[in-house]
Design a protein around this ligand. Structure first.
Ligand code: GLA
Length: 395
């Protein structure tokens, strides 16, 4: 893994010594299984070749100092005084700093000893675009602390600790998919992940296809109450359905047939949310089989169904995302397209015939500009490996 050179030169300039460690963690797209992780179901993400990068050098104090290269901001926090979300001068930490501070808090909640360090952070994962820029930052810090501090925690536990940072420190009730994907990425493969049993397996992407990401350039923060509201709606559905169906602990446990037989018990809004989840679980299981059989057309059709469900039932799409999906389906070589991540803006992921991927990307951005009047960033992405560290002493 090749670090961005400006990361090292900037570190050396700012701290007047070279970094001793570099860590990296990828963002992700999700191919199927949206808003399913917190319903204990199955998801199908891909770690992508966009990374959060950290250059760091340990200090002898409890203070972590971070220069955020992309923002031109410096912050610091004391790892033994994290509860108030203040810096050592008692000023409130900016929101982005809650991610690394939250990871420090969460690791220590698990009795892991941490060291202070000086760091420079940069990322090629676009922020707030539904590609898990926040999970990438959390994971890049977690693996750096692991390397500095000498303890050895398995990757799934590390993913859960990063998720806890986001749930309990940042205040977003997100599931485990993003941190899982950032830590478990496999080059060339999608990751079939069971969010209840935590079992997973890589599924190689068929040779002849390309994944194209298209960014609407519409942003909406995950912290928005809408995400937490969706999760609460699912919990309400479980609460009601469990009174009538045995062994239902999460919406993952409700079959399509059982849902149809009991949907009248739910209010119209809760019905729509639950229907998306129940059908999306089934879609994901079917989709994984189709992709394993190399059937890009059938998989793509399921992606389109998934998008319609996110648009009409879960109501997390927006006009710009819908426009990108509609334009994509009319372009040659497109097997499927859908919004990816939490929604309310951000990106679509497109499954495209590899030989037509370039003209597809150009056609999509041109037609989006014409129809919506905004620029879309469109690029072909590669399925990447998960987070890691580059030890500078070993180079
Ligand atoms: C965000 C959350 C994930 C997941 C997706 C929707 O990315 O962080 O846990 O719920 O939204 O699938």
């Amino acid at each position: 893994m090749k670090p961005p050179t400006h990361l090292i030169t900037n570190f050396t300039k700012i701290y007047r010594r070279p970094p001793t460690l570099l860590s990296y963690a990828p963002g992700r797209v999700n191919l199927l299984g949206e808003h399913i992780d917190y319903n204990d179901g199955w998801v199908f993400p891909v770690a992508i070749d966009r990374f959060a990068w950290l250059a760091a050098c340990p200090t002898s104090s409890d203070v972590v100092t971070i220069h955020a290269l992309d923002l031109g901001e410096d912050i610091s926090f004391n790892i033994s005084q994290l509860d108030d979300k203040l810096d050592p001068q008692s000023r409130p930490l900016p929101k982005w700093a809650h991610y690394p501070a939250g990871v420090a808090w969460s690791l220590q909640q698990n009795d892991l000893k941490l060291k202070g360090f000086d760091a420079v952070l940069t990322s090629t994962v676009p922020v707030g675009a539904g590609l898990s820029s926040s999970a990438a930052i959390e994971v890049a810090f977690a693996v750096a602390w692991q390397a500095f501090s000498g303890w050895d925690v398995d990757r799934m536990s590390l993913a859960r600790m990063c998720q806890r940072a986001e749930n309990s420190y940042v205040g977003v009730n997100s599931g485990l998919m993003d941190q899982f994907a950032s830590l478990h990425g496999v080059a060339g493969s999608a990751l079939f992940f069971d969010c209840r049993t935590l079992e997973w397996e890589p599924v190689p992407l068929p040779q002849g296809i390309a994944l194209v990401i298209a960014d609407t350039n519409v942003r909406r923060s995950l912290g928005d109450s809408a995400y937490n509201e969706r999760r609460a709606a699912c919990e309400e559905a479980v609460h009601i359905l469990a009174m009538h169906l045995p062994n239902v602990a999460a919406l993952r446990d409700v079959s399509v047939q059982d849902f149809e037989n009991h949907r009248h018990l739910l209010s119209p809004v809760i019905q729509r949310r639950a229907e998306h989840v129940v059908r999306e679980c089934a879609r994901t299981l079917r989709g994984v089989e189709e992709l394993q059989a190399g059937d890009a057309s059938k998989f793509g059709a399921l992606m389109l169904e998934g998008h319609a469900s996110l648009r009409d039932l879960y109501e997390v799409s927006c006009p710009e995302l819908n426009a990108l999906v509609e334009i994509a389906t009319d372009l040659p070589g497109c097997y499927g397209a859908r919004l990816t991540g939490a929604g309310f803006g951000g990106c679509t992921v497109n499954l495209v015939d590899r030989s037509l991927a370039e003209p597809f990307a150009q056609g999509l951005s041109k037609a989006y500009k014409k129809r919506v009047g905004k620029e879309a960033a469109v690029w072909i992405c590669q399925a990447a490996e998960g987070a890691g560290v580059v030890d500078r002493d070993l180079q």
